[in-house]
Design a protein around this ligand. Sequence first.
Ligand SMILES: NC(=O)c1ccc[n+]([C@@H]2O[C@H](COP(=O)([O-])OP(=O)(O)OC[C@H]3O[C@@H](n4cnc5c(N)ncnc54)[C@H](OP(=O)(O)O)[C@@H]3O)[C@@H](O)[C@H]2O)c1
Length: 265
Amino acid sequence: MKVLLLGATGNLGSRILPALLAHNHEVTAFVRNREKLQLLVPASIIANINVVQGDVTSRNDVADALCNFRIQALINAAGAAPMMPWNSSQAPQIEEAIVHALKDVGLEQRIKIRSWFVGGMLLLDVPYASQYTLYDYLPLYREDVHKLSLLESSKHLTWSCLCPGNMTPRSKAVSEVKDHVEKQRELKGLLASISVPAGWKTSILRKMPLCGGYLDVFSNLLSLRNSVHFEDVAEFIAGELENPNQLYIRKKIGLIEDGAARVET
Ligand SMILES: NC(=O)c1ccc[n+]([C@@H]2O[C@H](COP(=O)([O-])OP(=O)(O)OC[C@H]3O[C@@H](n4cnc5c(N)ncnc54)[C@H](OP(=O)(O)O)[C@@H]3O)[C@@H](O)[C@H]2O)c1
């Protein structure tokens, strides 16, 4: 598939590059600083991808990249929502620009470009009370909520929104493609869930009057199992692009490291 990766110099984006090449995708990395990418990523990877320089807050820059490389799928790893609700970032402008560019190019070329976005775990529903999200209990990463409502209101898009907990690097440097493949072969993969956090374990504390719901949510949020590696999330997205199963379209997805890759619904 012809894939446009936005934010290829980021923690997650840079690790998506070897994963995409391992799955034989044709990759175009969209960055605002080409030199930074060259310092971060092995030369063997740079030699096998297209690189475009631009600003993700510009609808035209993104649309040009989509058109010029005849893109079939877009992954947005650019921009990161700040944790504290009183802080703001460029993330909302980034998402607006991408959504509009996908719409413009989709209409013009009469195609549906598959898209993947990354939000935070707090966007997921409480498993036994789907009218509430984890954000209702812990209102951090406010701008992620904007991202999800923008996607949900974009009827023309075939999006998925990954909602991992904390992501950490398995290795400091970005792997060569063959090292990425070898490492992933040793691993059991991720457990994915649709709409709710994966592997939720309802605590006995939930039965407590008044504060039971809060205690249950916080005991799950504090669970170390919510942490995932950038490299594994990268592999998950790259693998899903070639999955004919349309299970994740217009869904938010929880992910944890837990045994063989499978889906909880
Ligand atoms: N890290 C986590 O634990 C975690 C957990 C859950 C969800 N997420 C979400 O996952 C996504 C990726 O996270 P991350 O940790 O990889 O973020 P990151 O390391 O901060 O990377 C952000 C990327 O966005 C690029 N970018 C920002 N503004 C741009 C612009 N105007 N034009 C072009 N590129 C721009 C940055 O480019 P420069 O290199 O040029 O600055 C960088 O490549 C974010 O949406 C984040 O909210 C992260």
